[in-house]
Write a protein that binds this ligand. Structure first.
Ligand code: SAM
Length: 227
């Protein structure tokens, strides 16, 4: 069941790569425009970091933004069309790679990195654990990790507050988006336990707010690899 869901996540991104690229580049996702893009950029200590790995980089907007500050960015993503789109627009070195192949970067691609960023890209159960398990080999000692994801208190609706797979939808996106994939919901304590289990200590949690409702648009974890 879990592997089936992880596969559906990848299939969905393949199917929707062009629509996603258009939506991100045309700025049609309101929460990103209003809050979450700037929130993740603000979480990166621009003056102190020179090398970043953007895990699940999509069409590469974050690499382009960070490269404007002189940061060297490596972006990886399993969706060919998104990696192609990222490569065309530049701003980093992009590679088509599934999360379970991340370890191969240690040998070839500018590792160890000072910082890893996962911007709305940890969507599954085992795939998220796979990313975290490989980061110690990719990051410098005391390297940092930034994860921006859906806020557990905002996205669980009426379902029990416990980890588990959830249905998603493309509500709010245009009609070219199809086949929404399931995603794996984690409670706040589950995120904290998972990060600690993989050797990260939490430095900061931020909860950027939507300007209209003053409700959290996301949650951002900033953690450091403990020696
Ligand atoms: C919501 S998009 C976010 C993209 C980008 N971080 C951004 O902020 O626009 C999620 C991305 O995660 C990638 N992804 C999901 N599961 C993956 C996996 N197992 N291996 C590699 N990439 C994956 C998808 O291809 C997709 O590009």
């Amino acid at each position: 069941m879990v592997d089936h869901n992880e596969r559906r996540i990848l299939n969905t991104w393949q199917r929707n790569a062009d629509s996603w690229t258009r939506a991100v580049r045309d700025g049609t996702i309101a929460s990103r425009q209003q809050v979450t893009d700037q929130a993740v950029v603000d979480a990166v200590p621009l003056c102190q970091v020179t090398s970043v790995i953007d895990i699940g980089c999509g069409e590469g907007w974050l690499a382009r933004r960070l490269s404007e500050s002189g940061i060297v960015v490596t972006g990886i993503d399993a969706t060919h069309a998104l990696v192609d789109a990222a490569t065309k627009n530049g701003g980093g070195h992009f590679q088509c790679l599934n999360y379970n192949e991340l370890h191969s970067l240690a040998a070839i691609c500018g590792a160890p990195f000072e910082l890893a960023v996962c911007n709305f890209s940890l969507l599954g159960e085992s795939s998220t654990e796979t990313v975290l398990a490989q980061l110690a080999a990719l990051l410098q000692p005391a390297g940092r990790l930034i994860i921006q994801t859906l806020h557990p208190a905002e996205c669980n609706s009426e379902l029990p507050y416990q980890d588990g797979w959830r249905q998603s939808s493309w509500d709010g996106f245009d009609s070219t988006f199809t086949d929404p994939a399931p995603w794996y919901f984690r409670t706040l304590s589950s995120w904290l336990t998972l990060l600690r289990h993989h050797g990260f200590s939490m430095q900061k949690i931020s909860e950027p707010l939507l300007p209209s409702s003053k409700r959290p648009a996301s949650i951002i974890f900033i953690a450091t690899l403990t020696p």
